[in-house]
Ligand binder design. Structure first.
Ligand code: UDP
Length: 314
């Protein structure tokens, strides 16, 4: 039974990887949750363990007008293709959800006087010339490259979010989310961790793109969700990096996953995708200061939990 005293949150992209974890976390925190997703890259499977009466699913594309009758306290705008494989296959949808979708969500947040939390991304830094990346870095993005559709959509999303904050007084928050992994990622998501785990468990070749010397810094989903929730509870409206600053090369990652799965899969090298960032690592001093947040789960422990989930879902 929904009571009036409960805070109500919308999660767009709530059937996706991060969105589904966020829905569950908010329900655990006694929120009523309305999940809006058009299931283009998300799946209802991610939500099937939710039995709560405080949960509602709406199949809707947020680039179209959204009508919600209830009062809304928070909107977490997480709808977007997020794997390079997806946004390269869905370039127009990716641009539309970041631009038109974010516009609609901000209009809804304004009408409802809700706090709007934007899922932005480390991709706003592009192929960074500054390392590690601080929020004050403006980035190095190729607007017309294959990744530009995601990067520029999110950069626009940040710009319009700040404009609604400044001009319309909407309460906004911007999370720049770095590489995140965990249960509920699709087996053939295209991103490196699900790819390597699936390949190792199936005994397929491990596809390392380029030399494998490029770096990423991987954050376990539970850590990220804590950071996002804490951000929603502060009044800080400039972008904040959320990620785990422990940096690894992709080749190191392949070795770790191979070891943890006990796999005898062979590593093979394939061409590096265009504009693939050479390095990536968040500077999280701001998140530590403002949110009193930092990740707790190290890569091996997070990977062990993720591999267990993949084993059950493969
Ligand atoms: N990558 C790889 N093999 C794969 C998938 C990805 O070597 O099967 C590399 C990719 O080229 C990139 C890194 O892993 O350098 C992370 O890729 P991902 O798609 O996970 O996300 P990104 O950080 O590039 O957005």
């Amino acid at each position: 039974m929904i009571t009036n005293s409960k805070k109500i949150a919308i999660v767009t992209g709530g059937a996706g990887f991060i969105g589904s974890h966020l829905c569950k976390y908010l329900l655990d925190k006694e929120f009523k949750v309305i999940c809006i997703d058009d299931l283009v890259t998300g799946t209802l499977k991610n939500l099937k363990s939710i039995k709560s009466n405080d949960f509602e699913f709406i199949n809707h594309d947020v680039t179209e007008f959204i009508k919600i009758d209830e009062k809304i306290d928070y909107i977490f705008h997480f709808a977007s293709p997020a794997s390079p494989l997806d946004y390269i296959q869905l370039p127009i949808q990716t641009l539309k959800v970041g631009s038109l979708g974010t516009h609609n969500i901000l209009g809804l947040a304004k009408a409802k006087r809700a706090v709007m939390v934007l899922a932005s991304t480390s991709e706003v830094y592009g192929d960074p010339l500054v390392h590690p990346q601080k929020e004050s870095y403006w980035g190095n993005v190729n607007p017309i490259g294959p990744r530009g559709v995601y990067d520029e959509a999110k950069r626009f999303a940040e710009a319009i979010t700040m404009a609604y904050h400044r001009q319309q007084g909407v309460e906004t928050r911007i999370a720049r989310i770095f590489n995140t992994y965990g249960p509920n990622m699709r087996l053939r998501d295209g991103r490196v961790i699900p790819n390597f785990i699936t390949q190792c468990l199936k005994g397929d070749e491990i596809t390392v793109f380029g030399s494998g010397k490029q770096t990423r810094s991987f954050c376990y989903i539970d850590d990220l969700i804590e950071g996002i929730f804490k951000l929603s509870q502060t009044e800080y409206y400039y972008p904040i990096n959320l990620g785990n600053p422990a940096e690894n090369t992709i080749l190191e990652l392949a070795d770790i996953i191979k070891k943890l799965t006990g796999s005898s899969s062979k590593i093979v090298f394939q061409p590096l995708p265009e504009d693939d960032p050479k390095v990536r690592m968040p500077d999280i001093s701001l998140a530590k200061k403002i949110l009193k947040w930092e990740p707790k789960i190290n890569l091996e422990d997070g990977l062990k939990k993720t591999i267990e989930w993949f084993k059950q879902n493969i």
